[in-house]
Design a protein around this ligand. Structure first.
Ligand code: ADP
Ligand code: MG
Length: 321
């Protein structure tokens, strides 16, 4: 069926450039699939642009705050426009690492130990004085990261107590809430999950191998060649099956829909898997992991986009169109 599809991309998030790339690639695929594409670089005119365009469906190709945290989804649902990917509540849960990690821990899904604090805890309650106790419980190095964001933005590894304050300042520049997390020495894995009629399906595991740095930063992640991706990851069958299971469990736990990607660490010393986070709208660029995983499962990019559109969330019940 030929649809009018508004592709929402760009925005003001730090991940704007990645989103523009994801969006452009999605637009090409939609055109090849015979749909009519209405590209929208989101901004203050979003609602009026959507009203004028009156699309059958919106493809949300946004990453980071606003696009991935449920804000845009809420607007689309209010306007009665069906949209791709997860609904508002799953976006809220997945985009907040603290919420997601609490949900995982409560459900018995392994995630690295952590403590999370808001700015107010430091400003008004002297949380800094609790740092020695936290450092003792988590052991160095400690990973310090903002609750929101993505693409490794604001993430620092503190090797000693002296590194912690600077790392906290960096993380607080991205979010009002930050977490201190146990560092896992191991391999960086990702499980992409897509909806199928039988339920969520985990695609082959991808391993991200940084080429130069011991930690792949924002640039390295998106610049072709600085990180190599191995798909399917060279891990034993039991580990791959466990990773797939954790990917599906987290997807269901957070209530994701359409597609999502779950990031994990495989600990060298123990062979244990730990879930770091879930991404409600993972990248769809040439170098992104979900398209690579789909490819490895025999699902080409156009087919992937077609499936994501077919699974688009109907507009919230009760809203007139
Ligand atoms: N606790 C941790 N132990 C080891 N490496 C980590 C840890 N947390 C994050 N990292 C590294 O930082 C990357 C980004 O972290 P992640 O939590 O997935 O946040 P985001 O992708 O949203 O920036 C991970 O893929 C991993 O390489
Ligand atoms: Mg990640």
């Amino acid at each position: 069926m030929n649809l009018r599809v508004a592709v929402l991309k760009g925005g003001r998030s730090f991940e704007r450039q990645v989103s523009l790339k994801s969006g452009a690639r999605v637009e090409d695929a939609l055109e090849r699939l015979g749909h009519q594409v209405i590209p929208i670089d989101i901004g203050p005119q979003l609602v009026s642009q959507l009203t004028e365009a009156a699309p059958d469906v919106a493809f949300v190709a946004l990453h980071g705050p606003e696009g991935e945290d449920g804000t845009v989804q809420e607007l689309l649902e209010a306007m009665g426009i069906p949209h791709t990917g997860s609904g508002v509540s799953a976006c809220i849960r997945a985009s907040d690492k603290v919420l997601a990690k609490h949900a995982m821990r409560d459900r018995g899904i392994p995630t690295p130990d952590f403590f999370a604090f808001s700015e107010t805890a430091f400003k008004d309650l002297g949380a800094a004085q609790a740092l020695p106790a936290i450092e003792q419980r988590l052991e160095f190095p400690i990973v310090v990261k903002p609750a929101g964001q993505g693409s490794a933005l604001g993430i620092k590894f503190a090797r000693t107590a002296a590194d912690v304050p600077t790392a906290l300042v960096a993380a607080f520049s991205y979010d009002r809430k930050v977490l201190l997390e146990r560092h896992i020495v191991g391999r960086d894995l990702a499980v992409s999950v897509i909806d199928e009629t039988e339920g969520p399906r985990a695609l082959p595991v991808v391993e991200a191998v940084p080429k130069d740095e011991d930690f792949y930063d924002f640039e390295a992640r998106y610049e072709i060649g600085r990180t190599s991706f191995v798909c399917p990851a060279e891990i034993d069958e039991a580990t791959a099956a466990r990773a797939a299971e954790l990917g599906r469990d987290v997807y269901e736990l957070l209530g994701c829909a359409g597609f999502a990607r779950v990031d994990l660490m495989l600990e060298n010393a123990t062979g244990e898997l730990y879930v770091l986070e879930a991404n409600a709208i993972p990248g769809l660029t040439e170098t992104s992991l979900l398209p690579q995983a789909a490819e490895a499962a025999g699902i080409g990019f156009d087919e992937l986009v077609g499936r994501i559109i077919a699974a688009a969330q109907p507009a919230a019940a009760g809203t007139a169109r």
